[in-house]
Design a binder for this molecule. Sequence first.
Ligand code: FAD
Length: 459
Amino acid sequence: PPTILWFRRDLRLADQAALVAAAASGPVIPVYILDDETPRHRAMGGASRWWLHHSLARLDESLRARGSRLILRRGKCEDELAKIAGESGAGAVHCLRHYEPWWRNAERAVAKRLDLICHDGNYLAPPGSVKTGSGGLYKIYTPFWRALRDHMPPPVPVDAPEGLDAPDRWPASDRLDDWKLLPSRPNWATGFEGEWTPGETGAQVRLGAFAEIAARYDEQRNLPAIEGSSRLSPHLHFGEISPAAIWHAVADAGGSVDVFLAEIGWRDYAQTVILQYPDYGGRSAREAFDTALPWRSGKEADADFAAWQQGRTGYPIVDAGMRQLWATGWMHNRVRMIAASFLIKHLLIDWRRGEQWFWDTLVDADYASNAVNWQWVAGSGVDSNMFPRIMAPLTQSEKFDAAAYIRQWVPELADIGEPAIHDPDEFGRRPRSYPPKIIGHREARARALAAYDVMKADD
Ligand code: FAD
């Protein structure tokens, strides 16, 4: 009988353990199920859907080049898999393991009805396998990374098979276009097209380009005006490339490539955190942040939140980042930290609102990485206590040389030189088309620290 290969966030043929195992047992039925019921409010956001559409189209092409095809179904994954098994007489289902709490539940539900075989391969080491001396899981990144390094290098990646056996009869498939994953009117994704090539080949091209500059990663990664980082995050999120393949491609680059590998380690770390705290995306690990911190809410806060979303806060570095996010579905890491910190501390708005906006707008939106980074900036998480450390966005902008980045994303300021471009209000250079600062830095800082004291007094 044929075997079902169930794709989720692992849309690749190379270094795909589930594919290798399925192919070894005869004909394969590759399946992708669009399932919005299982994750419920964590269904994919708009930017992710744009990516998914293109990635599935590329995956189907690669499968067809190997004599196979991708079967598309929509519905609850365990029901659809059971139906496909019934229609095709398939025996087993192979998949890569995923760690979002809803996927772990779904894997259990599928295993009750079908012979489900899960494989590893989307992380440097299987999440949960890196243990402390006493056998528990790590909560803090640095010791986690030290322990993970002892498991490295990851296994050498395996190539995609040249051909796949087809079943005698293909089960019915939806048409990708009918899923309407792409925006129609307005088409907010026009800027995505020039920026990204979803799919396995696009991921390989990115990796090839990054390998050239990997040795200089540490010098360049914090400068938003430069392409100093890999931009592999959406490819990694959708599993179009395995972290092991990245590791083996760059590990010998020399220079500061270890700093880059440690960032890939952050991705593994985030999974270890959500294994221990499945609600991490919706609940602060330090409970007082949800119950006692006087976050702002109401009309005025809503207006401030909208200004942040639209990149109209009067802080050029924040606005440039938020506009880059809207236009391309991605934001530079340094600017993500600044923009997140600005929302949480300068605007005193609950980090969870920012997390949700990122969830909807990032092409690399990832439950674990997004939640772990938001809680890290807020200081509400298991690791840092960052809340009282209030970043000065204007100082950061100067320090990381963001002038060219601001000129690109905030064209109202394109004619302003340095240093005024970092703080046009302060230098009396603000054009009328650009808003004044939504709140002054010192005032915002005092307000945030006062709110923090209220929380501590209550704690
Ligand atoms: P590189 O610098 O080239 O790093 C290589 C890879 O390592 C990345 O592709 C990514 O997979 C991983 N990585 C790097 N930094 C981190 C990190 N801090 N945490 C976890 N993984 C990391 N990253 C996501 O993939 N999805 C998210 O939803 C996400 N949300 C974030 C929210 C906030 C508030 C912040 C501050 C950061 C967030 N990040 C998220 C982490 C980081 O900003 C992005 O991974 C990075 O900017 C992607 O660009 P790159 O591929 O060029 O990264």
